[in-house]
Design a protein around this ligand. Structure first.
Ligand code: PEP
Ligand code: MN
Length: 373
């Protein structure tokens, strides 16, 4: 059960203390407090855990400070979309809105290789009005002999160049909690020229200690990718780990599943789950067409498979696209064969807009037929 308090409830007020005292005295019920400070107001929610069936929602509604009571109808207490749940689904980070109702493109380097390529990439994004990118510094590689990423050594120039070209959010994978500290400290040293979205990759979806570390901090939002060999439910529970530690600024990423059934693509494309995740949870949903498809093959219609699956995700309501680009894919140190070129950037953006408009039209169509079927 969730008790949603009136906005801006003061945690030192007598009413608030009364509420805490009352809840503290309930047998077999524990609670966790989740506080969300936005630009306009602070929202406080109490998550009651335990034998909540015996509580009457009407009684709880009468408690001091309580505005609304929600009965939890799914296992994802914080991120789930419960019955009559009208709570907002989004958040704002460094001036960029992330929600189930909009779309952000994160085109960029799979792995940072040198300052020259980072600058060319960011300049191109800037000239096409994009304010988000992806930049891998810590790369989890299958072979220990492959390039592992420049790690903290590249952070200074990546952040400074982002500032120079107006990039507001960089998605950057972390594989260990020390990486979060390194990112934080270099952002401090460089004067916060940009913002970072911590990316937790498919190999770490169930790295619970990493999830707890990323969940305990509130400086950075998190892009959690779906585990490539586990069920959707298991991956959504991994997201709930982040939220239960206190950080609910989470985007859920689909990136394809590991199975030969997807051949000849690198992974089996799972973007049919975009609307499913949006129905089950309040998280914005990201698609990663590059790691799903893994090649630059194109169809008989001359359209790249990467662009086909991007459109499929967007027309189904995806809220973020994480996609590999490189100024010179032949020279990329990681995943060059799946990267799009900078000449393809405006084409990619235009193609995305077509799918996005089609999605908006589909929503209008569904609305038109809503009460007639
Ligand atoms: C990546 O986005 O660079 C990456 C390694 O993705 P994934 O975790 O989906 O394999
Ligand atoms: Mn990659």
């Amino acid at each position: 059960m969730i008790l949603i308090l009136k906005p801006d409830t003061d945690e030192k007020s007598p009413d608030y203390l009364k509420l805490e005292e009352y809840l503290g005295n309930l047998h077999d019920i524990r609670y966790r407090i989740h506080r969300e400070t936005g630009k306009i107001q602070t929202l406080t929610e109490f998550y009651l855990i335990g034998d909540t069936d015996k509580l009457s929602a009407e009684d709880m509604q009468q408690l001091p400070c309580v505005e609304r009571v929600l009965r939890i109808s799914a296992g994802y207490h914080i991120l789930g979309r419960h019955q009559d749940d009208k709570r907002s689904t989004g958040f704002e980070y460094n001036g960029v809105h992330f929600g189930q109702d909009n779309l952000n493109i994160f085109a960029g380097l799979c792995a940072v290789d040198n300052p020259g390529h980072v600058e060319i990439m960011m300049k191109a994004l800037h000239s096409h009005g994009e304010v988000c990118t992806r930049m891998g510094a810590y790369k989890p590689r299958t072979s220990p002999y492959s390039f592992q990423g420049h790690g903290k050594n590249c952070l200074h120039y990546v952040f400074e160049l982002a500032g120079k070209y107006g990039i507001k959010v960089i998605s950057m994978e972390v594989t260990h909690e020390t990486h979060i500290e390194e990112i934080h400290s270099v952002l401090e040293q460089t004067g916060h020229p940009t913002g970072i979205m911590l990316q937790i990759g498919t190999r770490n979806t169930q790295n619970f200690e990493l999830l707890k570390s990323a969940g305990r901090q509130k400086n950075f939002p998190v892009l959690l990718k779906r585990g490539f060999g586990i069920t959707l439910e298991e991956s959504l529970n991994a997201a709930e780990y982040l939220a239960s530690e206190g950080n609910s600024h989470i985007i859920f990423g689909l990136r394809g599943m590991k199975t030969n059934m997807g051949d000849p693509h690198r992974n089996f494309v799972d973007f049919a789950h975009v609307p499913v995740v949006k129905r089950l949870t309040r998280m914005p949903v990201c698609i990663d067409p590059s790691h799903s498809v893994g090649t630059r093959e194109r169809g008989a219609d001359n359209i790249l498979d990467v662009m086909h699956v991007t459109a499929q995700g967007v027309i189904a309501g995806a809220n973020m696209i994480l996609v590999d680009f490189h100024p010179d894919p032949g020279k990329a140190l990681v995943d060059g064969p799946q990267a799009l070129t900078l000449a393809e950037l405006p084409y990619f953006i235009e193609d995305v807009r077509i799918a996005e408009n089609a999605y908006q039209n589909r929503i209008k169509l569904a609305e038109k037929y809503r009460n007639t079927l």
